[in-house]
Design a protein around this ligand. Structure first.
Ligand code: ATP
Ligand code: MG
Length: 569
């Protein structure tokens, strides 16, 4: 392919709208263009990358026994009413009406449509297991679209849905998908980590996310390098330390004057005690009214865990005015003693004694407060946020906390959709049962962006050959030199015969401009044909991340290129 024939508008300037490197580079390299907030066009170069990701995904899905279908993007409201999600999904679901005033939505995911598809068609256990997938656009009216195609509103996803007769079979399918996902992201050349994850809007029994490790990732994950435990911090656990004061006798509760001590640090240094002795009490507003939650003074509370424990849609830290209203005291001095709210206690404080807690009164704390003695506990639960170095819940080794980009997410759904929508089959005993489902998503566009986020330098993108838009950047320096052009044409053919995709820079531009673009586009191998070298039968070859080019015989260039690409794949 010649650059002069491909629509490839590159940018010198860094676009102001872009925050993260992949977004900047995708715009600069002419891969994507914005149409509206979170809505993008893929240009030829970008689309080549997307197609390569899709191809890897397709091959692995097919190899895992899944079959490709294509479901509609516009979905009737009735299906969503059947599943109960028309009410539940919230403002991310873009709802619309047709000319007859019938309600529809743009599919953010396809559980309803697929369940409706198989319902009535799958009649017997003999038709199972079945796994169907598609690669298609989704629409989610994200509250803050950003990072280009990484968090878009319209984006491409591979979504697969499995149907099994029972749990063991469904778990085998889940495991097969898990393995297929590992192969997919490996083949895409990504450094990734599968982690245990929350199920969110999709629901279900358990799930894993596949995270591409990158500092700019929106997710935080905890990883134990010793035993392999890995989880999104939304639900990551840590082994609790022994409860503070657990082996002491209960001392008498006492209110003390602690002037100006709004934070744990201030209280602990004023009272000359360890921050671990202090228990923080946080007041939350929830749809079911205000609640109090307690964690040790040196810990952070994990709002996701609290939300899950309370089984509510949201829990927000209460405003200072509300805290005053609920507890009678100012923010920073809340405590569980005599409070008129249900108290949720982090499991690390279970069995703790003689704690320091707020007194619900300005500049005052209680010392020697003991759960169950000096205040009532509604529920003990794991409410701590896991941090760097916290002990692994399985083997107690210090864990690592890093950032990741979620590129894939798999769910064991169980029967929630099949039951709600009446997708039943007859088992071996002739008994009617709901299908056991799983669903499995990969953001193909996000995967392409994540690859850039992980592999780039100050000059541009660094593609791994597997998903690079082209393998070789072939650059005759002087396009007006007939010999150079003849050599370039011949070499292009030889490269293509070896199965390599070539982008020939046939523009009549300064060499400096072409070199810059070659780096920006990040094509793994660059071959430069200069008239002087050519007279000796030589060309310059350079890998994208290599410091300096080397001279090679023109005759051997294609073979060397093939070797290089194979070695870096
Ligand atoms: P996130 O937590 O990032 O919002 P999600 O949990 O809502 O993602 P899933 O419903 O699991 O996402 O969707 C499956 C995959 O689709 C994700 O792993 C991700 O790769 C991709 N994806 C989800 N939302 C977007 C988006 N707004 N833009 C691009 N890709 C997305
Ligand atoms: Mg997810």
């Amino acid at each position: 392919m010649r650059i002069s024939r491909i629509y490839l508008p590159t940018l010198r300037e860094v676009p102001a709208e872009a925050e993260v490197i992949s977004h900047k580079l995708m715009l600069r390299a002419g891969m994507i263009r914005k149409v509206a907030s979170g809505i993008y066009t893929w240009l030829p170069l970008g689309l080549r990358v997307l197609r390569k990701v899709e191809r890897i995904v397709r091959e692995e899905m097919n190899a895992a026994g899944a079959q490709e279908v294509h479901l509609p993007m516009v979905q009737p409201a009735e299906l969503w009413e059947e599943s109960g999600r028309w009410e539940k999904y919230g403002p991310e679901l873009l709802r619309l009406k047709d000319r007859r005033d019938r309600e529809f939505c743009l599919g953010p995911t396809h559980e309803e449509v697929i369940t409706d598809l198989v319902k009535g068609e799958i009649k017997s256990y003999r038709d199972l297991p079945l796994c169907l997938y598609q690669i298609q656009m989704k629409f989610r009216d994200e509250i803050r679209p950003r990072f280009g195609v990484m968090r878009a509103r319209e984006f491409e996803m591979k979504d697969a849905y499995s149907f099994d007769a029972d749990d063991p079979s469904a778990e085998r399918t889940y495991h097969d998908m898990y393995e297929a996902y590992k192969r997919i992201f490996k083949r895409c050349g990504l450094n990734f980590q599968p982690v245990e994850a929350q199920t969110g809007q999709i629901g279900g029994a358990f799930s894993h996310e596949f995270m591409v490790i990158a500092d700019t990732g929106e997710d935080t994950i905890a990883v134990c390098d010793k035993c392999g435990y890995a989880a999104n911090v939304e639900l990551a656990e840590s082994r609790p330390e022994d409860p503070v004061g657990g082996d002491e006798d209960d001392k008498a509760l006492e209110k003390v004057h602690t002037p100006g001590t709004h934070t744990v640090e201030q209280v602990s240094s004023f009272l000359k005690i360890s921050p671990k002795r202090v228990a923080k009490t946080l007041i939350f507003d929830t749809p079911n009214g205000p609640k109090a939650a307690m964690v040790r003074g040196d810990r952070e509370l994990n709002e996701e865990k609290l939300t899950a424990c309370l089984d509510v849609a949201w829990a927000h830290l209460a405003e200072p005015m509300r805290i005053e209203q609920y507890t009678g005291g100012p923010m920073g001095f809340s405590g569980p003693v005599g409070i008129n709210l249900p108290v949720y206690l982090d499991s690390e404080l279970d069995g703790a004694r003689n704690l320091v807690v707020g007194a619900n009164e300005g500049d005052h704390h209680y010392i020697n407060a003991t759960p169950g003695v000096d205040f009532q506990v509604k529920q003990v639960a794991d409410l701590r946020l896991v941090g760097e170095g916290d002990p692994c819940p399985r083997c107690a080794t210090a864990m690592r906390v890093t950032k990741g980009i979620e590129v894939g997410h798999i769910f064991k759904l169980g029967t929630q959709y099949s039951e709600a929508m009446g997708a039943l089959f007859l088992d071996k005993e002739g008994k009617e049962k709901p299908l056991v489902m799983g669903c499995y998503g990969i953001g193909t566009g996000r995967t392409a962006a994540a690859a850039i986020e992980q592999n780039n330098d100050e000059n541009g993108i660094v593609w791994k050959p597997q998903i690079a838009p082209f393998h070789v950047y072939l650059m005759p320096i002087n396009v007006n030199d007939e010999d150079s052009m003849a050599a370039a044409d011949k070499l292009e053919k030889e490269l293509e015969e070896k199965g390599l995709e070539v982008l020939m820079d046939d523009r009549d531009e300064r060499a400096g401009v072409k070199f810059k673009d070659a780096d920006l586009l990040g094509i793994p191998l660059r071959i430069v044909i200069g008239s002087k070298n050519l007279k000796q039968g030589k060309v310059e070859i350079k890998g994208r991340t290599e410091e300096k080019p080397r001279l090679a015989d023109l005759e051997k260039a294609a073979a060397l290129a093939r070797e290089f690409i194979d070695a870096s794949t």
